[in-house]
Design a protein around this ligand. Structure first.
Ligand code: PAP
Length: 341
């Protein structure tokens, strides 16, 4: 099963970053992280108490910072690697499912597909979460990452022909989706963050892997400069024309759909398998959990809330909508990238 690589479970991830798995490079990363941590700017956390700012990006001080430092310092990319890159809550789960189903479409039947019994996050691991496992993964490795394009090492972006599929989403929907999700994961000892607080933090760029607009622009520019390496997708377009986008994805990944496959409805089968309606109603996604660390165990159902375009508007005041739209226009000015209103 080349590409069906279960993601590391909680024990693997937490042992890895707590240094219990005796990896020299991971220990070096942990030490370096401990050294720099006290001097990093701090902001209020959404899920953890604090976020820290490192190289311009806001990260959780434990897992995300260590993950980024490990990737920058020690990850050895292969030219065949494929990365799904996202800012959290922009469509990671959906893109994981679609990519996994597209690449493995001749390997699994739709009636007994792994996605029917495994949450998409379990089919496709995060690069920054499994440093000890990656060397053993067969090629082509299919991994996901939240790291901004501009912070990836040259070994991934310049020196190798790794490919990146990126998905972005209207910032209002990202903010609201993230606020609701993070409060579910926030430890009981910390008071929930209000929407007003989350809004302020998001607008200031203080959210995991934020500022959001910088994240989007990094991948957008890379997709213009090297379209053969970076595919730039929008959640809204995927919602509107899933089959068209899945065909583009197949082509980009080097697995184009043949005319025969198209006439047999394979693209539509993949779209149906990965649809919000299908995935959110599966037993595994209704009642099982994903262990992200020993402390953080997420109910799979939290990855599937509404799956709608424009839902953020129903939570935000007119003033908030105006402000976030203004920030978006200002940040994206001259880039050629636009979101809906
Ligand atoms: P993650 O960063 O925690 O992995 P991510 O998957 O990027 O989250 O985003 C979750 C959003 O995608 C949720 O949006 P909502 O809060 O506005 O509802 C979730 O519902 C939505 N989502 C998950 N799976 C699908 C899907 N198959 N189709 C459409 N939307 C989906």
């Amino acid at each position: 099963m080349d590409s069906f690589l279960p993601s590391p479970d909680c024990d693997t991830i937490s042992k890895t970053y707590n240094g219990q798995i005796d990896s020299h490079l991971v220990q070096k990363t942990n030490e370096r992280c401990r050294e720099i941590l006290p001097n990093l700017p701090r902001g209020k956390g959404w899920m953890t108490e604090h976020l820290v700012q490192y190289q311009g990006v806001w990260l959780t001080p434990n897992v995300a910072l260590k993950g980024l430092m490990w990737v920058q310092g020690h990850f050895k990319p292969r030219s065949t690697d494929i990365f799904l890159a996202t800012f959290p809550k922009t469509g990671t789960t959906w893109l994981k499912a679609l990519t996994f189903a597209t690449i493995n479409r001749t390997r699994y039947g739709f009636a007994d597909h792994p996605l029917l019994t495994t949450v998409p996050h379990g089919c496709l691991p995060f690069l920054e979460a499994c440093p000890n496992d990656l060397d053993g993964f067969p090629s082509p490795r299919l991994l996901s990452t939240h790291i901004p394009y501009t912070l990836l090492p040259n070994s991934m972006t310049v020196n190798q022909s790794c490919r990146f599929a990126y998905i972005c989403r209207d910032p209002k929907d990202v903010l609201v989706s993230k606020w609701l999700f993070m409060n579910k994961l926030r430890p009981k000892e910390l008071a929930p963050i209000s929407l007003e607080e989350a809004f302020e933090l998001f607008c200031q760029g203080i959210s995991h892997y934020g500022p959001y607009w910088d994240h989007v622009l990094g991948y957008w520019k890379a997709s213009l400069e090297t379209p053969e390496k970076v595919l730039f997708l929008k959640y809204e377009e995927l919602k509107e024309e899933p089959s068209v986008v899945v065909k583009r994805l197949g082509e980009f990944l080097g697995h184009p759909f043949s005319l025969e496959e198209e006439s047999k409805g394979v693209v539509e089968e993949i779209v149906k398998l990965c649809s919000f309606e299908n995935l959110s109603n599966l037993e595994v996604n209704k009642s099982s959990v994903l262990k992200l660390s020993t402390q953080i165990i997420v109910d799979n159902r939290h990855f599937f809330r509404k799956g709608k375009v424009g839902d953020g508007r129903s939570y935000l005041t007119d003033e908030m909508i105006k402000r976030i739209n203004e920030i978006t226009s200002e940040k994206l000015l001259g880039s050629g990238l636009v979101f809906g209103s």
